[in-house]
Write a protein that binds this ligand. Sequence first.
Ligand code: GDP
Length: 361
Amino acid sequence: SLTIGIVGLPNVGKSTLFNALTKNDVLAANYPFATIEPNVGVVGVPDPRLDELAAIFSSQRRLPATVDFVDIAGIVRGASEGEGLGNKFLANIRESDAICQVIRAFKDENVVHVDGKVSPKDDIETINTELILADLQTVEKVLPRLQKESRLQKDRVAVVAAVEAAKALLEEGRTLFSAGITAASEQGKLLHELHLLTTKPFLYVFNVDEDELVDEDFKNDQRALVAPAEAIFLNAKIESELIELDDDEALELLQSMGQEEPGLATLARVGFAILGLQTYLTAGPKEARAWTIKKGATAPEAAGVIHTDFQKGFIKAEIVSYEDLLTCGSIPEARAKGKARMEGKDYVMQDGDVVEFRFNV
Ligand code: GDP
């Protein structure tokens, strides 16, 4: 499955956040025999639709989609120079599908800042510089070979152009993601073979003081720093306290801070989205469940997420949109009202499709 690597300077609250994430681990709750890597947190994506489905189908349990967060320790200045820890750090980022930077904004004289002062802008620059330098090295290393190839192979000309454009951006100190060059973009596809770091989707978590959670001017300033990447604001210490509370107490604490949901919930939702994922839903007496698919997945591909046999023997899918199901109150009623559709193997799944697959075994 796709993973989000959590990075950040020392003492910004990464461990505090990661511990809160792992305590939220849905694998541990639902699959007691699953092996869980110590540096991976499998977090449920909050989905109120599952509550409604569980009520309609009298489902015994609800299984949300999940996002995997990986704790990547050890950013050090000079990581891109390829010394021991730095190498491992970059290798771990290379294996992640998205990069989540934790940035310290909270003020606390008891917690030392590695650079002596709290400055989100400087911290972001420090981390991004290492990633950009690592990409520049990759680009400079392959460019002569690519240029040579392109003299004989015309299809390599576009690759060289994309790499040269990427090099210019990196030399300006920009991440490729910030310039709109993502894995899914045309340029990104041409760069794919280089396995660059800064084409991955970026996400920034600002670990803030409680008063900053509701300070819109402050938040807008930080958003501007990281745009077009998403910014999430939370207080890691409070998050770790929230998960110890029962739902009512947690809600009360959140409301007292002017928050609608825990920061971890926002993080899971946004993380899921930047990975280019979406869900479809199934429900029955056993469980109401959200299944993870790539955006643009077809009905047979979606069936394959449940079981490869479902994909191989796929005949059709009966689909009711979540909204229609809610209005009709049941599948038979949705059928009677003409809201249930039979879709074939070319159907592209839509977010919130409630599905029952028909297949040969
Ligand atoms: P890491 O080095 O990035 O993993 O940072 P830690 O999670 O170990 O946190 C470093 C120190 O900062 C610890 O003493 C935490 O208790 C403290 N800390 C973490 N988050 C917050 C926060 O939101 N507010 C305050 N005041 N302290 C925090």
